[in-house]
Design a binder for this molecule. Structure first.
Ligand code: CO8
Length: 258
């Protein structure tokens, strides 16, 4: 499929989606968010794809929602007609692992989109920020909700109220990203991580994602209960047989098709 604002590649079992509006530092507009939804839906359905990587360019993952596109919106446009927001959360419907590979700016809606990924790997040039207050609005896609859950209230309030950008090293230290790698090796490194996950049984990867996300929506005991049910269910699957027998037979497991 041809996209106007995305570049899409497939590397074995891994799909790589690049946000691609270089002239606007990948500012997120309606068309790009529609296309992103289509790309996610396509790879979610494709059994040959086990892991999806979302990235931008070296200069910007995304510098936020498109300010030029939304500058004249009215309350009616945004609230009643849902002009901005109607197509922002397709990523949350993806059950397969989604890794965010962030190079350069991840600001405003760009930082919020990154935080919707399952985990983030940053290039050492990455900068994260929530500067919405400077353009006169609150964040609208989870900045006030996912950020404090990820890095705690003090750091989140600091970023949200002062608009201070944090660099990759600080983002790793405070738990916003899981790893930092040299910017010029970002895609190579993230592809390697994704290929590793893609060798695991995709069904189990999806269950782990489901369980971890459940942790943010429920109590500890309910979450552990849910996890226990999926653990039990695992004993009805070929992945469990293959994984455990391969270990005992001192061979590599073959999770093809599982
Ligand atoms: N929207 C539109 N265009 C942008 C954006 C943006 N967010 N960011 C950059 N651009 C454009 C610039 O206008 C410029 O275009 P042109 O060359 O035509 O003038 C081009 O990209 C390059 O930008 P700069 O010249 O500014 O590049 P610099 O390297 O000097 O600066 C910055 C880079 C620091 C990233 C700077 O561009 C900047 O501050 N950008 C705006 C960041 C921002 O405020 N982001 C938050 C936007 S609001 C938001 O994201 C709300 C999300 C709510 C989502 C709700 C969904 C439900």
């Amino acid at each position: 499929m041809e996209y106007q604002d995305l570049l899409v590649e497939v590397h074995d079992k891994v799909a790589l989606i690049r946000l691609n509006r270089p002239k606007a530092l990948n500012a997120l507009n309606d068309n790009m968010m529609n296309e992103l939804g289509e790309a996610f839906a396509k790879f979610e359905k494709d059994p040959a794809i086990h892991v999806i990587i979302l990235t931008g360019s070296e200069k910007a993952f995304a510098a936020g929602a498109d300010i030029a596109a939304m500058k004249d919106y009215t309350y009616q446009d945004t609230h009643r007609d849902n002009y901005i927001g109607r197509n922002w959360e397709h990523i949350l419907k993806v059950r397969k692992p989604v890794i965010g590979a962030v190079s350069g700016f991840a600001l405003g809606g760009g930082c919020e989109l990154a935080m919707m990924c399952d985990f983030l790997v940053a290039g050492d040039n990455a900068k994260f920020g929530q500067p919405e207050i400077k353009v006169g609005v609150t964040p609208g896609a989870g900045g006030t909700q996912r950020l404090p859950r990820a890095i705690g209230k003090a750091k989140a309030m600091d970023m949200l109220l002062t608009t201070r950008m944090i660099d990759a090293a600080e983002a790793e230290r405070i738990g916003l990203v899981s790893r930092v790698v040299p910017a010029d090796k970002l895609i190579e490194e993230v592809l390697e991580i994704a290929q590793g996950i893609a060798q695991m049984p995709v069904s189990v990867a999806m269950q782990i994602k489901d369980c971890v996300n459940r942790a943010f929506e429920t109590t500890l005991s309910e979450g552990v209960n849910y996890e226990r049910r999926l653990f039990h269910a695992g004993f009805g699957t070929p992945a469990q047989r293959e994984g455990m027998y391969a270990f005992l037979e001192k061979r590599l497991p073959n999770f093809e098709g599982l």
